[in-house]
Design a protein around this ligand. Structure first.
Ligand SMILES: [Zn+2]
Length: 277
């Protein structure tokens, strides 16, 4: 059975947009060391895109690298992207101009799950779909504090990874992310890296949002460097997230964590290292 967990978490990545613009400085590109003495565990990431957004892989050449710097720093892990298709079908083949649905209920969750199962291979550990426009997303820089959905991951529970690889998939609304980042005047590549890293945190280790329920007390008790925010935070303003090339998960010392210690994102990522195809 492919587990499809639907319900209370609200799996979509929602990002608040602020109107003001910040520019990245040299300090944004800080070196991020990996945990000492731990060569990374590398798993496969099956990558798909619609033809309309395939240029993002040329336009944002550090997309996967930036994600992997963050994963390696947090838990000595990385994802090796393997391009499966840059011309996946539209969501509604009989209505090709129709946008992707908002993933807000059981029916639309199932829609995305079925789409992933149609495409994903069971021998590839994880999956990412770069798609175009979600219905309801703005097409210009929205007013401050607008909630927008730019990424969506299903099939995980708190610090639990979907058991069947074909049920592991992240969708990034790449057309919307590029339009919004550019019209809001923030760094588009960093925006993509932040969105992908956040969603892969959900998919790779079942990481939660620190704002939800008691997760902050349970799981998000690590720290990030001064001035940074935990990339799993759900409502980081887009212009703050877009300042940084290498997102940070909340982390604690010592490393490696003791068995069963789920008190920080870095620890939960570390405990998910053995999970693959
Ligand atoms: Zn999220």
């Amino acid at each position: 059975m492919n587990p499809l967990r639907v319900g209370r978490l609200g799996f979509a990545g929602r990002w608040a947009v602020l109107g003001s613009t910040l520019f990245c400085s040299a300090a944004c590109q800080e070196a991020v060391p990996a945990p000492a003495n731990y060569p990374p565990v590398i798993d496969s990431l099956e990558v798909f895109s619609e033809a309309q957004v395939r240029e993002i892989f040329d336009r944002y050449p550090d997309l996967f690298y930036g994600m992997n710097v963050s994963l390696q720093h947090a838990a000595a892990m990385a994802l090796h992207p393997l391009m499966a298709s840059t011309s996946i079908r539209r969501p509604y083949p009989n209505d090709p101009t129709r946008a992707w649905p908002r993933p807000v209920d059981q029916i639309t969750n199932r829609f995305y799950f079925d789409y992933a199962v149609e495409h994903r291979r069971a021998d590839m550990g994880f999956g990412a779909f770069f798609i175009t426009h979600m219905e309801g997303n703005p097409t210009v820089c929205p007013p401050a504090d607008t909630d927008i959905i730019l990424g969506y991951t299903f099939g995980y529970g708190p610090n639990t990874v979907a058991s069947d690889p074909v049920g592991r998939a992240t969708f990034l609304f790449a057309e919307d992310a590029a339009v919004i980042a550019n019209s809001c005047g923030v760094n588009a590549q960093n925006t993509f890296i932040g969105l992908l890293t956040h969603e892969m945190g959900h998919q790779r280790a079942g990481l939660t949002h620190p704002e939800e329920f008691n997760y902050q007390a349970l799981y998000h008790t690590g720290t990030v460097p001064s001035g940074r925010t935990d990339i799993m935070a759900q409502r980081t303003p887009l212009n703050v997230m877009a300042r940084w090339r290498y997102p940070r998960f909340d982390a604690k010392q010592p490393f490696p964590p003791s068995l069963g210690d789920e008190s920080a994102c870095s620890y939960n990522l570390f405990h998910a290292r053995p999970i693959g195809p």
